[in-house]
Design a protein around this ligand. Structure first.
Ligand code: MSP
Length: 497
């Protein structure tokens, strides 16, 4: 069976999840569900980045581990309530992860890629990274609006520059490794012109994973965090699982952490003699009123609140229809309500309601004889879009079908056909519409699983709980059998004011 290993970044838990964090995780869920629908065995991993100093600061006087347990549980509960289907929720305070970091460190050290040096520079706690003077705006980190600290320490360094040529060659030979294109160019320029060896330990910290063999140092949080992608799938404790899942098919990340994932991480893997992930895809940022949303700025939108108010499916739909995946966007509740009323209530909801009402009226709620329909190239373009992580394009394709079906009703005017007793034409029209709805439900499943299931129920079909390869046949035209009984339900999206 084909496997698909997809990851999200692991999250800092010095606050509760914002809609920006949920965005990466929901995107991963959409792709995970899509690959399950293709019949693949999927490992969808997400989790928490717990060895950061900012988590320690957030714990204040409390016991740090106790604080982290509470926050990690909160994040996991949030992801569950958002309907995410991750298979593994990793925490970097897990023993397996500690052991993975130790093994990884020793492997890289034995390659001669770690050396002791001293470092003086500006450090931004928000980024958990050294920053250059030239990155600052008014002496502040532009992302976190804080003045970075000057740090002078003896640190262990990773020979990142040793891998410069190999990285450039790899990126050149694997055009799909970094996406989208703009991000690839950004990484290339960084690797070529700016990349230096990187400090991978902290001497002055009392939280984090101790450096093997020199316990007064702690491993730099990014060096530790990236290794989660290995520890989650058995790097130290399960060779069979590790061989099955590694290398990952897709690391989904925000554009702010592309250098870590596309330069540091591949170089670390090269040093450790491990294969590189097949694809790193960076999505954009969305803003609230044009401002970057962040815990440090305090202008976050709570995804749970949005989901409770509008439903998970509506939130998922809005995020991935409104913002082209890979680009930047702006979040606005008013636009969410707007799209709810136009796209969901008027277009999708109305279509389902009209078709089922007419079928009840004209054929007593049974599926007529099979007739030819108009799916044309929808499936191939839909698959291609998702293969290339173009989530909003995939939704555009589905909405193309929805509009086509609504227009088809207006053209055919089934009520006229009934009046004129054009039985064959009426039945054919209804069949085409019902079967199109079935295909639409399948296409919607990764994006709007609850809506898709409701559509399946209304079409009198089993809901796709378990996926297997045989589902490919479900996407063939004509699978909805004549004589089959429908089960019209409540409107899917009642209009909102
Ligand atoms: N802990 C690191 C990642 C380590 S991965 C080995 C980290 N954590 S984070 O909590 O700050 O961010 C996690 C993800 O959320 C990132 O992909 C980031 O880009 C994303 N987002 C946070 N705010 C966002 C928006 N406002 N918009 C879109 N994505 C945002 O970085």
């Amino acid at each position: 069976m084909k496997t698909f290993y997809i990851t999200t970044p692991i999250y800092y838990i010095n606050g509760k999840p914002s809609i920006g964090h949920a965005y990466t995780a929901i995107a991963a869920d959409i792709l995970a569900r899509y690959h399950r629908m293709l019949g693949e065995e999927v490992m969808f991993q997400t989790g928490t980045d717990e060895n950061s100093q900012k988590n320690v600061e957030a714990a204040k006087e409390r016991d740090v581990k106790e604080y982290l347990d509470e926050m990690a549980a909160l994040w996991e509960r949030t992801f569950d309530s958002l309907g995410l289907t991750h298979n593994r929720f990793i925490r970097t305070t897990e023993v397996a992860h500690y052991n993975s970091v130790e093994k990884f460190w020793k492997t890289v050290e034995s390659k001669g890629d770690i050396y002791l040096g001293s470092y003086e520079g500006l450090y931004c706690q928000g980024c958990e990274a050294f920053v250059n003077e030239s990155d600052l705006v008014d002496d502040q980190c532009p992302h976190h609006k804080k003045v970075p600290k000057t740090i002078k320490e003896n640190n262990y360094f990773f020979r990142l520059t040793k891998y410069r040529d190999d990285l450039l060659a790899y990126i050149d030979e694997h055009p799909d490794f970094i996406q989208p294109e703009a991000r690839r160019n950004e990484v290339l320029s960084y690797v070529r012109n700016f990349m230096t060896d990187i400090s991978i330990s902290r001497e002055t910290m009392n939280w984090g994973i101790p450096v093997p063999g020199d316990e007064k140092h702690r491993v730099y949080v990014w060096f530790d965090a990236l290794i989660n992608y290995l520890s989650g799938v058995g790097y130290v404790d399960d060779t069979t699982a590790f061989e099955k899942w590694w290398p990952a098919n897709l690391h989904l990340v925000g554009k702010d952490i592309i250098k870590f994932h596309c330069a540091l991480w591949p170089a670390m893997l090269m040093s450790a003699g491990l294969p590189l992930p097949k694809n790193v895809f960076a999505h954009g940022f969305f803003t609230i009123d044009g401002q970057k949303m962040s815990k440090s700025l305090g202008n976050t939108v709570d995804p749970v609140e949005m989901a409770e108010k509008y439903g998970n499916d509506v939130l998922r739909y809005f995020l991935f229809r409104e913002i082209p995946f890979g680009g930047d966007g702006d979040f606005s509740e008013a636009r969410l309500v707007g799209r709810y009323n136009t796209d969901l209530a008027n277009e999708l909801g109305n279509l389902v309601n009209r078709v089922l009402t007419m079928t009840e009226k004209y054929t007593n709620g049974t599926v007529p004889e099979v007739a030819d329909g108009f799916l044309a190239g929808a499936w191939p373009s839909y698959h291609l879009a998702l293969e290339e992580n173009r989530l909003s394009d995939a939704l555009d394709i589905v909405w193309g079908l929805i509009r086509q079906a609504n227009q088809f009703i207006d053209q055919q005017q089934p009520w006229q056909l009934a009046k004129l007793e054009e039985k064959k034409m009426l039945n054919d029209t209804l069949y085409v519409l019902l079967e199109t709805l079935r295909h639409i439900a399948w296409m919607l499943y990764p994006f709007m699983p609850t809506t898709a299931e409701k559509m399946f129920v209304q079409l009198g079909l089993e809901t796709p709980k378990e996926f297997s390869q045989s589902f490919e046949s479900a996407w063939v035209w004509g699978e909805l059998k004549s004589g089959h009984k429908l089960a019209k339900g409540e409107p899917l999206f009642p209009r909102k004011e």
